[in-house]
Design a protein around this ligand. Structure first.
Ligand code: GAP
Length: 511
């Protein structure tokens, strides 16, 4: 395996995604639009497989979770009741000189203290090495200003913690000079639009910033269908929109993204911590089942003092991305906050009559919420690999391979006739393609040398390759007739199998 440093690895993944048709910058021919991405032919397949795996495991294979697809634009009162109109904000800071905009909690600064006296300030943007970078900058600052004395260790704080008198002294991350950063201002991240022909206040509506509110708003309608009993969940997959101040790290933080959320309703006196733990473990195991190594995952418990007042506990499953350990999946215990808010705002009771307990109550909620795009990026980062493999002439060369789990690989099997100018080989290969196609995604490729074709499939994560050669036609004797070479991507091992056995061998390995 060839080791890459983190920035290199991200560059390689972004370039592979573009080159092979996974992900493109949106509207690229017009210079692109920041925070929006398009998924190309292989990207849509990968995304669909992630979504389908989640839906099958979360909804179809369980008795206690049902599905929902609510509208993206909902009544504006939904977002007032949920608290989004008043409070779905990030602290925004402008640099008046460079005109760049930052999130206050992504700017880190420290006083430079020499012999107990503050002699200046240094700033860095959020990274894996905040303290080290600030210390390096503090040392450079002291050296450049020729200040004598003992430099004290830096004390990193984020910009939202800066005192008003410190703000003019803190250098802008854009210019390196103090005096141009504004105090943080609350910036609401919801995208606004107008519904109907009038463009006034009464017509304002919002693109949803999360799918979750759909589940709370439709909770009663679903309860009334009589299909569900506490404890039960409502799950939804769909687009969400946030006007992020600083979209970044490829598809990690975008302005349009897709969420997979589930609201699990439990009795008001049930052991919420037990259910919270249950769903954290479920999410972790699910991530492993789609090919994310357990060793790249960790848990972050939000400190009590930073939780919303209604929240009993929030744990994030974190993934070690090349740009740092970051939130992948949030699992929140939200109490009865959302249903109570909607009951108050709509005047509709949200109580549940518990037959077994003979009492009415507003259920409490555990919410596992994740972004499809963040999972997709975590999967690509986990799968990207470079190793050494022999070329056509036996010379070792670097092979790029996406070791995608067969469950989510965009193409499950590639079918190759050994040569494209031999009609018998082509005909047989097309028969094999047509045999497999009703059951899995098949890519048929007859262009260029067979080794090159294998490499092309390795690079996009196709777990199996089937080659039709002269043995298949029975040229080396009847015992090999109608057999093919089945090649496995990761080991590159090849075995000879009968065409009639192919489906039986492949199906259990790709599902
Ligand atoms: N309903 C709760 C909720 O939406 P969140 O932590 O704001 O919670 C849940 O979002 C998940 O959605 C995150 O863990 C992340 O995977 C994904 N997500 C959030 N904002 C995102 C963005 N701007 N771009 C991509 N994914 C995002």
């Amino acid at each position: 395996m060839v080791e890459s440093n983190s920035a290199d690895l991200m560059d390689k993944i972004v370039s592979l995604c573009k080159r092979r048709g996974f992900i493109f910058q949106s509207s690229e021919i017009y210079g692109g639009i920041n925070g929006f991405w398009d998924y190309g032919p292989l990207g849509v397949e990968l995304r669909k497989n992630i979504r389908d795996c989640w839906w099958n495991d979360m909804v179809r294979r369980r008795d206690d979770v049902v599905g929902l697809e609510s509208s993206i634009i909902m009544h504006p009162k939904v977002w007032e009741a949920s608290g989004h109109v008043g409070g779905f904000t990030d602290p925004m800071v402008d640099c008046k000189v460079s005109k760049q905009r930052f999130r206050a909690d992504q700017i880190f600064f420290s006083a430079v203290v020499v012999d107990g006296k503050i002699v200046g300030y240094v700033t860095v943007l959020e990274s894996e090495r905040i303290a080290e970078e600030l210390q390096e900058k503090a040392e450079t600052f002291k050296r450049k200003k020729a200040i004598q004395g003992k430099l004290e260790p830096v004390q990193p704080r984020d910009f939202s913690e800066a005192k008003p008198e410190e703000i003019p002294l803190i250098p802008s991350p854009a210019t390196g000079e103090p005096g141009s950063l504004t105090p943080p201002r609350a910036f609401n991240m919801m995208f606004e639009t107008y519904v109907g022909p009038l463009r006034d206040e009464s017509a304002v509506a919002y693109l949803r910033p999360e799918t979750a509110q759909g589940m709370f708003v439709d909770y009663k309608a679903i309860l009334d269908t009589g299909r569900v009993k506490i404890p039960f969940g409502i799950a939804q997959v769909g687009k969400s929109f946030r006007n992020e101040i600083t979209p970044r790290n490829f598809i990690f933080r975008s302005r349009e993204f897709e969420q997979m959320e589930m609201e699990y309703f439990i009795a008001d006196d049930d052991d919420w911590a037990k259910w919270h733990r249950y769903w954290i473990d479920w999410c972790r195991e699910w991530l492993v089942s789609v090919g994310i190594p357990a060793s790249a995952l960790s848990e972050y418990n939000h400190p009590k003092e930073k939780l919303a007042f209604y929240s009993k506990g929030t744990t994030d499953l974190m993934f070690k991305y090349p740009f740092g350990v970051q939130e992948l999946w949030g699992i929140a215990a939200r109490g009865d906050y959302d249903l109570t808010q909607h009951a108050k705002a709509s005047g509709q009771p949200m109580e549940y009559f518990d037959d077994a307990k003979k009492k009415r109550y507003v259920p409490h909620v555990i919410e596992p919420a994740v972004g499809v795009d963040r999972i997709l990026l975590a999967i690509l980062c986990s799968a990207y690999c470079e190793d050494q493999a022999p070329d056509e002439k036996g010379k070792m060369e670097t092979r790029v391979v996406l070791k995608l789990h067969p469950r989510i690989a965009p193409i499950k099997v590639a079918v190759f006739p050994l040569l494209k100018n031999k009609p018998e080989l082509v005909k047989k290969a097309q028969e094999v393609r047509d045999l497999l196609r009703p059951y899995m995604t098949v890519f048929y490729d007859e262009a260029s040398a067979i080794g090159r074709r294998y490499r092309r499939q390795d690079e996009v994560g196709t777990p199996f390759g089937v080659t039709i050669d002269f043995d298949t036609l029975g040229e080396k004797g009847p015992e090999l007739a109608d057999t093919v070479t089945l090649r496995e991507r990761d080991t590159m091992k090849q075995e000879r199998v009968k065409i009639s056995d192919l489906l039986g061998i492949l199906l259990p390995r790709v599902r």
